[in-house]
Design a protein around this ligand. Structure first.
Ligand code: S3P
Length: 429
């Protein structure tokens, strides 16, 4: 599929969606299931390309993983059960896979080589390879281990006391996973709170981890035990339909069982500030990750400022928030979001470039963007640039364009939301 034509329908979007499983939690369920002892059963696993890359890497590391329609079963044998792979580990497009995998492999006394796609080849790895080398891992790679292809051999790790230069859950998680295998206690300090799925998962698998403000402490030589995981719906996927409901005239959409982890809920805060009609019913009960239902209705919106500690809580939602802001009254400013430059694409550039093609008034800045609201979008030929979230943002934009939108490279969307178009079309019936 090289491109797809999206015709203007001028139709309200109505209905209910069961949002697919959270990508971050799905990756971690395979990784923790693989390093734990015993069987782990995962329901609502996201069968997106990124998570399938994680499964493929752990199979090559000798872990038995069974996939059926509604259940993923992982037969973990502990860290020591991982075996030297006789094939190259291919992480595809997935930054989470490569960075967390490096943390696990840093403690393993064998050799692995890792590659990914073209986009992964541009993403910075020094942020993980440097602290993992400090712990004792041997890592080689292009530009002294800054980029893939990489090779790693590990074992005999010493604990680390590390201040993260950026608020990154991937780096934090890599160091926690290495710390679990080190000889003593490691501490990791975050500049701002990033998503805490790894910390929650360690506890769910019977391990221990402490958090005191922004300082995380984890002991080495821990043994994790297999468990049962239900993956909540991905709020980052729900975000596309939250925005669709808010900007397509007359819409009303219900999103069921969406993850409401407070380290991921920045979009809710922003939509409330912008005046969206958004109702949330959080489920009660003892879930290791909170979840609930969301109801969004079309309404008038106003511009806002998004900055500081809010950024890590909505970093993946910025492309779709930019679209939302084009339909608000007034200006929206996004600051302190330079991390967008090192995502699947440079998302400051790709968002600004593609929305401009559709007639939006939007400017790139050094650390974010400025969006002038109230634009009426026209239509045209746009590209996902191979970035799933850019592709979905543009497909939602097409719902409010006056003319046809031709979306190039829509297949990238299967990285995180394989049934995205089926869900979108189901809201038009
Ligand atoms: C992720 C963390 C975030 C996020 C990515 C998934 C994770 O990246 O953008 O999509 O699963 O830990 P950083 O930790 O690099 O900010």
């Amino acid at each position: 599929m090289e491109s797809i034509k999206l015709q203007p329908t001028n139709k309200a979007l109505n209905g209910e969606l069961e949002i697919p499983g959270d990508k971050s939690i799905s990756h971690r369920s395979v990784m923790f299931g693989s390093i734990a002892k015993g069987v782990t059963k995962v329901t609502n696993f996201l069968p997106g390309d990124d998570c399938l890359s994680t499964i493929s890497c752990f199979r090559k590391l000798g872990v038995k993983i069974e996939e059926s329609e509604n259940l993923l079963t992982i037969y973990g044998n502990g860290f020591d059960g991982l075996k030297e792979p006789d094939e190259i580990l291919d992480v595809g497009n997935s930054g989470t896979t490569i960075r967390l995998l490096l943390g696990i492999l840093a403690g393993r006394p064998f050799y692995s080589s890792i590659i990914g796609d073209q986009s992964i080849g541009k993403r910075p790895m020094t942020r993980v390879t440097e602290p993992l080398r400090q712990m004792g891992a041997t890592i080689n790679g292009r530009k002294d281990g800054a980029f893939t292809p990489l090779s790693i051999s590990g074992g005999g790790l010493i604990p680390i006391h590390y201040k993260l230069p950026v608020a990154s859950a991937q780096v934090k998680s890599a160091l926690i996973l290495a710390g679990l295998q080190a000889n003593g206690e490691s501490t990791i300090t975050e500049p701002a709170k990033s998503r805490d799925h790894t910390e929650r998962m360690i506890r769910k698998f019977g391990g221990e981890i402490q958090k005191d403000n922004q300082v995380i402490s984890v002991n080495g030589n821990q043994t994790l035990k297999g468990t049962e995981i239900h993956v909540p719906g991905d709020i980052s996927s729900a975000a596309f339909f939250l925005v669709a409901g808010a900007i397509v005239t007359g819409s009303e959409i219900v999103l069921k069982n969406v993850g409401l982890n407070p380290t991921r809920d920045g979009i809710i805060e922003v939509m409330n500030k912008m005046g969206a009609s958004l109702d949330i019913t959080q489920q009660t009960g003892d879930s290791f990750e909170p979840m609930g239902d969301m109801k969004i209705k079309f309404s008038k919106l106003k511009g806002t400022v998004i900055e500081g500690e809010l950024i890590p809580k909505l970093i993946d939602e910025i492309p779709i928030i930019a679209l939302l802001a084009t339909q608000a009254e007034g200006i929206t400013v996004i600051k302190n979001a330079e991390e967008l430059k090192v995502k699947e694409t440079n998302r400051i550039d790709t968002v600004v470039q593609e929305l401009t093609k559709l007639g939006a008034a939007i400017e790139a800045t050094n650390d974010g963007m400025i969006i002038y609201g109230g634009s009426s979008l026209t239509g045209g030929t746009v590209s996902s640039h191979g970035d799933h979230r850019i592709g979905m943002m543009l497909a939602i934009a097409a719902q409010i364009c006056r003319g046809e939108v031709i979306l190039e490279n829509p297949e990238a969307i299967s990285v995180s939301y394989p049934n995205f178009f089926a869900h979108l079309n189901s809201l038009k019936n």
